[in-house]
Design a protein around this ligand. Structure first.
Ligand code: ZN
Length: 314
């Protein structure tokens, strides 16, 4: 009985944590299939199939990157722990080489849940020092093997040279979370940018884990400067974009920010700002924007975050 109550509490806490991260309960892990897309001669993207993850209806979990070749596999993000076997099976169709390196774009469980599984298979895990601190606070679980072994701060990119590629781990100042990294594959002209940009639902900035609105806007600017005209930018979720796609996204954030700032200067409360539906001019262009996300829609979550960031509450 005592154990039942204990596990109920653990489940309740876990569910609450997942909700703050935008992943509702009810993920049908058994239904998820891993889809592989080759985007350069030795670079692949692995995505979960649609319709199994209520928080990510278009593709379950976060997108994985796999750089394959004779020097061993370099991997970006580790998906939900529950589907590691499927991810490994998809990797084995690409290459029999050992999985040597894993890097996390950011903290969230749809990108890091499988960390411990891949570390136990021999991968050396890299991430921002800030991510390690955020993760060590308790999410997504107590297993120490999920924590990054090699960490780095803001500053020059960490560089890997393997499989004929130069890979740069580019630290991003507090944006989607406090410990974001972009991963650039120089020869393939590809940058995996994590979740500070998204084209399914409104922006999610996790201020409980160090993310900031200002940092997200800065990250969008620096991505546009870093990318060339043909660079493919790979978000953690949604479709592949190039630098021009960032412009309307940034302008939407600036437009909502200006409207919320105006309402704040008129003395409006958070509830009044939410009730004003300030995203309305953009709703038709944001797929999934009015779907549930945490408490309310992703539009509500976004506007609440903008309000709180401008008020200096969070
Ligand atoms: Zn995320």
């Amino acid at each position: 009985m005592r154990l039942a109550i204990k596990s109920f509490i653990v489940m309740a806490v876990l569910t609450a944590c997942l909700n703050t991260w935008g992943q509702g309960p009810g993920i049908d892990y058994a239904k998820i299939e891993i889809l592989t897309e080759k985007i350069a001669p030795n670079l692949y993207l692995l995505s979960g199939s649609s319709g199994a993850d209520p928080g990510h209806q278009d593709a379950a979990g976060g997108r994985i990157g796999v750089l394959a070749g004779p020097d061993g596999i370099f991997m970006v993000d580790s998906q939900y722990a529950q589907i590691t076997d499927k991810v490994v099976a998809a990797i084995r169709k690409i290459s029999p080489e050992p999985i040597r390196f894993l890097v996390n774009t950011h903290l969230h469980v749809d990108h890091t849940g499988g960390n411990a599984n891949f570390v136990r298979m021999g991968a050396l895990l890299f991430a921002r020092e800030e991510l390690r601190e955020e993760m060590a606070r308790g999410n997504p679980g107590p297993d120490p093997a999920r924590l990054p072994v090699v960490t780095y701060g803001l500053g020059d990119p960490v560089k890997f040279r393997l499989n004929g590629e130069i890979v740069d781990l580019i630290p991003v100042r507090a944006a989607h979370t406090g410990g974001d990294t972009m991963i650039r594959f120089e020869n393939a002209d590809v940058i995996m940018i994590g979740d500070f940009y998204r084209n399914y639902g409104y922006p999610f900035i996790d201020t409980n884990n160090g993310g900031t609105l200002k940092g997200a806007l800065e990250a969008l600017e620096s991505t546009m400067q870093l990318a060339g005209p043909n660079t493919r930018l790979i978000p953690g979720h949604g479709t592949i974009i190039n630098r021009t796609d960032i412009v309307p996204y940034r302008d939407m954030i600036l437009g909502v920010q200006a409207k919320v700032q105006q309402m704040i200067s008129e003395g409006k409360s958070e509830q009044e700002v939410l009730a004003a539906k300030v995203t309305e001019p953009y709703d038709a262009h944001v797929p999934g924007g009015l779907l549930p996300a945490g408490a309310g829609t992703s539009a509500d979550r976004f506007v609440r975050m903008v309000y709180q960031q401008l008020k200096g509450v969070k």
